[in-house]
Design a protein around this ligand. Structure first.
Ligand SMILES: Nc1nc2c(c(=O)[nH]1)N[C@H]1C(S)=C(S)[C@@H](COP(=O)(O)O)O[C@H]1N2
Ligand SMILES: [Mo]
Length: 301
């Protein structure tokens, strides 16, 4: 597998924010000077993978526990207490328990991953995550052979989360992956962005990032991870099973019942502001298509 977007870095040498800013300025300068030849012919923003800014990533969010408006999470998530933070890991594991987030971090290797991010609502970003492979965490706690799925749960704190007073979602927000999806090297637990601690509105202290699936699979502020035998219930599927499937792999050929998934609106963008085509598996087809070999992607949407 070719990890063009993957650099193996520790927390200490993660690319500093200033380096990204310099690169952005350099690219803006090239464009202004007409040196577009520096960008490969036919390349889209997706291929260049120029990350969105910290401001874009932290101010345009979906985190319904803090309200359904895109700016609500930035406005209200500050109330979330993230220290201490305990994650219950249970079910079909050798070492079940309540794990302190700091103890988990002390065992994991933090890397930088610049991933495309595609919301089911047809907007997208490119996010420079820092995090660890979920597979490393699962291997550390020991997955038993009868486990077939991983279930995740977000914190539910009525005192800290004003959105919980509206029954939009059947709280707590829950998500799930098939075990092979969870073990895939592209699946990370994100703990940072731009080398900084992940912002609360983006799912501090740890949230999933599964780049080939619609954004809602990437569950935020996780407090429980359970290894289970059966496909677990998921929040948006419970809300509307015909609109939101368990798999929710990005697929430009399978439309949402109420809108097309063929294109997406890149947030920010500037130079590349126009709508762009959505790629199969969000551009990660080469790496993940084999997980779904022989499956009808319209049936298992
Ligand atoms: N707990 C929880 N996780 C969640 C959500 C949510 O409302 N609650 N929204 C999802 C959706 S729809 C998207 S698009 C992404 C948004 O992540 P971002 O705000 O960090 O870009 O988070 C996902 N994870
Ligand atoms: Mo989303």
């Amino acid at each position: 597998m070719a990890y063009r977007w993957k650099n193996t870095l520790t927390a200490e040498d993660a690319t500093p924010y200033s380096a990204f800013l310099n690169r952005r300025q350099m690219m803006a300068g090239m464009a202004a000077g007409g040196i577009v030849g520096a960008i490969p012919k036919g390349a889209t923003a997706q291929e260049v993978l120029e990350p969105n800014t910290w401001e874009e990533i932290t101010n345009y969010c979906n985190f319904y526990e803090f309200g359904t408006g895109k700016e609500d999470p930035a406005r209200y998530a500050d109330a979330l207490t993230i220290d201490p933070w305990t994650v219950r890991i249970d079910g079909l594991v050798d070492k079940p328990g309540d794990y302190n987030f700091a103890d988990i971090m002390s065992q994991m290797t933090i890397e930088e991953r610049i991933y495309r991010f595609r919301c089911v609502e047809a907007w997208s970003m490119v996010i420079p995550w820092n995090g660890f492979e979920l597979a490393d965490l699962l291997e550390w706690v020991g997955v038993q052979s009868s486990a077939r799925y991983v279930a995740f749960e977000t914190a539910m704190r009525p005192d800290e989360m004003p959105g919980l007073s509206s029954p939009v979602i059947d709280w707590p927000y829950v998500e799930g992956l098939r075990l092979d999806e969870a073990m895939h090297p592209l699946t990370i637990m994100a703990t940072g962005i731009y080398g900084r601690d992940i912002a609360k509105q983006n799912g501090a202290p740890m949230r999933l990032a599964v780049p080939w699936k619609y954004g809602f699979k990437s569950i935020k502020s996780i407090v429980r991870i359970s290894l289970v035998e059966d496909e677990p219930p998921t929040a948006w599927n419970k809300y509307s099973a015909r609109e939101y499937g368990f798999y929710s792999n990005v697929n430009p050929e399978v439309d949402h019942p109420r809108w097309s998934q063929a294109t997406e609106r890149r947030i920010g963008g500037g130079l590349f502001a126009k709508r762009q085509p959505t790629l199969m598996f969000n551009g990660y087809e080469e790496d993940v298509a084999s997980l779904y070999q022989g499956m009808d992607l319209r049936e298992f949407f």
